[in-house]
Design a protein. Structure first.
Length: 283
């Protein structure tokens, strides 16, 4: 499968950035802990992962491990799909049977392997001639295809989580919407084209799907650095765990407090970069 257009895209991403290297695979590796995403709809598998995640976070309720696990899971799935979309204009088959994940002992996803064959690409892409490709007439159609696939994937997992934890469906959809925007933001930074990524995030958020969102990004500049903070409306419930607290961008925090925390982080980042530059110059 090494000559498959999606496998080529995953290999390109893995070679381009360290952050992709352990996450995007064209096949399962030899490590234990692999499950097809379709197996997560079976109560036994999902219940085991949620139990491990709850123990890791010292949670005493069912809802917080479900929210935390879902956020980590769906962000990883979305990041893979958005990476392929932004980097190559290709969208892999995201049906649960076409995706496998490797989980660690705490129930956290460690890597994703794409096991499908079908994919979509723009009609002008040379890969559109591949027998497994569904050509898309333009970028709008490809973006809608990406978003609808992620919507369907999320829906299957959300229904399973509801059955295994009694967590509210509406809260999980809020998380999915915020993480979709965050995936565009993060991948855009890794690819060095955040302006386009934000444009795509806004276009995807305006589509008539359950991943549509009303809030935008907050542009923050400090000490010569900038950051686009997603205006979240969802809470991962980490504060409810035994070790937890409000996250830096938690909607329970007032926006000025969230912005100040990002400025502090940018200040630390600038100081670290200055120290590395000084060390390089001195050597």
């Amino acid at each position: 499968m090494s000559d498959h257009p999606i496998a080529q895209t995953l290999a390109f991403l893995a070679a381009a950035n360290e952050d992709y290297r352990s996450q995007l695979l064209a096949a399962r590796d030899e490590q234990p802990g692999w499950l097809s995403a379709s197996q997560l709809q079976e109560s036994a598998h999902l219940a085991s992962l949620l139990q491990a995640n709850g123990a890791h976070h010292k949670a005493s309720d069912q809802q917080s491990p479900a929210a935390l696990w879902f956020g980590h899971y769906v962000f990883n799935i979305m990041a893979v799909a958005v990476s392929c979309y932004l980097a190559a204009g290709r969208v892999p088959d995201l049906r649960p049977a076409s995706v496998a994940l490797r989980f660690d002992e705490d129930g956290e996803p460690q890597a994703i392997a794409w096991e499908g064959r079908q994919f979509a690409a723009l009609a002008g892409d040379p890969a559109a001639q591949h027998p497994d490709c569904t050509p898309m007439p333009d970028a709008d159609a490809l973006r809608l295809h990406l978003t609808r696939q992620l919507e369907a994937h999320c829906e299957a997992i959300i229904l399973s989580l509801r059955q295994n934890s009694r967590i509210g469906v509406s809260g999980l959809w809020l998380l999915a919407r915020d993480y979709y925007g965050s995936a565009f933001n993060w991948i855009g930074e890794l690819l060095g084209d955040q302006a386009r990524a934000l444009q795509e995030a806004r276009a995807a958020a305006a589509l008539p799907t359950q991943l549509a969102r009303q809030r935008d990004f907050v542009h923050i500049e400090h000490v010569g650095l900038s950051y686009h903070l997603i205006d979240r409306v969802s809470c991962c419930l980490y504060y409810k765990t035994g070790e937890g607290h409000y996250c830096s961008n938690c909607p329970h925090r007032p926006m000025p407090e969230r912005i100040e925390r990002i400025k502090n982080w940018l200040g630390e980042r600038a100081a670290a970069e200055a120290a590395r530059t000084a060390e390089t110059s001195s050597s």
